[in-house]
Ligand binder design. Structure first.
Ligand SMILES: Cc1cc2nc3c(=O)[nH]c(=O)nc-3n(C[C@H](O)[C@H](O)[C@H](O)COP(=O)(O)O)c2cc1C
Length: 173
């Protein structure tokens, strides 16, 4: 896999594995936002990939600080490291938060739905478990505009792909 289109295919195939395979490292990307005191990082579950649209989706709690951060500045980054492929994927995107799919919410296990209730993430915990609030179930839609792929297998290679043509160019690793 030496040509640029093949490398981009490789990246998208690994992102797709993250959605479909609970054990794949791309299942748990790190999302970076710009917070009031500087960068903020956290792990999220990758829920949906649409290569044609250049879109990734994650779920979160509307009451979590990252939602306000995205509202204040929608520029985000996402990071994935796939050890078995020696592949690092760094993505830049514009994020939009919207109401999550209520049918999907209803299908989530009770212990997951329970996360969408009570004190907001990062706040002091409430005295007792609170009822889940489906209105807090949110989807974060990331529209990618840059993908930086680094493969550490020899020969090492790194390329940057950018919207709208995603043709890509090689850069030094
Ligand atoms: C393995 C793992 C998966 C997680 N998945 C999610 C997720 O899908 N959505 C989410 O909002 N938080 C998820 N979290 C919790 C976040 O990392 C974070 O603690 C929480 O969303 C609050 O982040 P914030 O204070 O930056 O808003 C996950 C944490 C771990 C360790």
């Amino acid at each position: 896999m030496t040509d640029l289109p093949a490398l981009l295919d490789f990246v998208w195939s690994r992102l797709s594995h993250g959605v479909g395979d609970r054990t794949h490292p791309a299942r748990h990307p790190t999302l970076a936002t710009i917070g009031p005191d500087g960068p903020e990082l956290r792990t999220l579950i990758l829920r949906h990939v649409d290569r044609d649209a250049g879109v990734l989706e994650l779920n979160t709690d509307m009451a979590s600080p990252k939602v306000a951060q995205i509202g204040a500045d929608p520029r985000v980054a996402l990071h994935v490291w796939v050890p078995s492929d020696q592949l690092q994927i760094r993505m830049r995107a514009t994020a939009v938060v919207r109401q999550g799919d209520p049918e999907l919410f209803a299908r989530l296990p009770p212990q997951v739905r329970a996360n969408y209730g009570g004190a907001p993430p990062g706040a002091e915990p409430g005295p007792a478990p609170a009822d889940e609030d489906p209105a807090r179930f949110a989807a974060i839609r990331l529209t990618l505009h840059r993908i930086d792929a680094l493969v550490l297998h020899e020969p090492r290679r790194r390329a940057v792909f950018a919207a709208p043509d995603w043709r890509g160019r090689r850069v030094a690793p």
